[in-house]
Design a protein around this ligand. Structure first.
Ligand code: SF4
Ligand code: SF4
Length: 207
């Protein structure tokens, strides 16, 4: 038994006069640090083509096995990125992700970066598996939605050298024939895991 049983109340008493640290979330959202590790984003080139080349280096670098990527070949009729390959399926499982940023470090094209968005809580497992459509950056001025043709006279190297600053005049979106249902909606992805795409289910941890 302690010498003075009331000594513990001293701590409580002192805390009563300290400045409160309670954050009034969600009414007040404290700004994050500029380099905060939040939700990921798949970036685009200035003409709207995608930077991801489907190389899977991000998936290999991930210590939590939270990323699933399937690459595919671009064609002249359906081009998503300036080079040979693009990311046909891209998923991040936020039930597994620890937001460490190792995937961003591994990405050779700066296709993958992290945003400052941290409100990732949700009520179902399916909704926390983000698909390519959810992760892909929105269109900015001068961009045309992929797939579309490469800027005339430019190569993929020119894109990375910064020579392409907007879509060429007259650029139109091509017909996306090879769109994958795994990218279309979280529910579609979750429905497909068990039957048609066991590899995808395993890769993102939905066993
Ligand atoms: S940030 Fe998430 S997805 Fe990226 S490497 Fe870390 S755990 Fe994997
Ligand atoms: S995000 Fe980067 S590392 Fe991952 S598949 Fe695409 S290009 Fe490769």
């Amino acid at each position: 038994m302690p010498d003075n049983p009331l000594a513990g109340f001293g701590v409580t008493f002192k805390a009563m006069f300290k400045k409160r640290l309670t954050e009034q979330y969600p009414e007040y959202k404290k700004p994050t640090a500029p380099r905060f590790h939040g939700r990921h984003q798949l970036n685009r080139h200035p003409d709207g083509l995608e930077k991801c080349i489907g190389c899977e280096l991000c998936a290999w670098a991930c210590p939590a096995d939270a990323i699933y990527v399937e690459g595919a070949d671009n064609t002249e009729e359906e081009r998503y990125s300036p080079g040979e390959r693009y990311g046909r399926v891209y998923q991040i499982n936020y039930l597994r992700c620890i937001l460490c940023g190792l995937c961003v470090e591994a990405c050779p094209t700066r296709a993958l970066t992290m945003t400052n968005e941290y409100e990732l809580a949700d009520s179902s497992r399916e909704s926390l598996i983000y698909t390519k459509e959810e992760l892909l950056a929105g269109l900015e001025e001068g961009m045309v939605e992929s797939p579309h043709s490469i800027y005339p006279g430019m190569t993929d190297k020119d894109y990375y050298s910064g020579f392409v600053t907007e879509a060429a005049p007259g650029t139109v979106q091509q017909e996306p024939h090879s769109k994958n249902p795994l990218n279309e909606a979280p529910q579609a992805a979750a429905d497909t895991f068990g039957a048609d795409e066991p590899a995808a289910a395993e890769a993102v941890g939905e066993k």
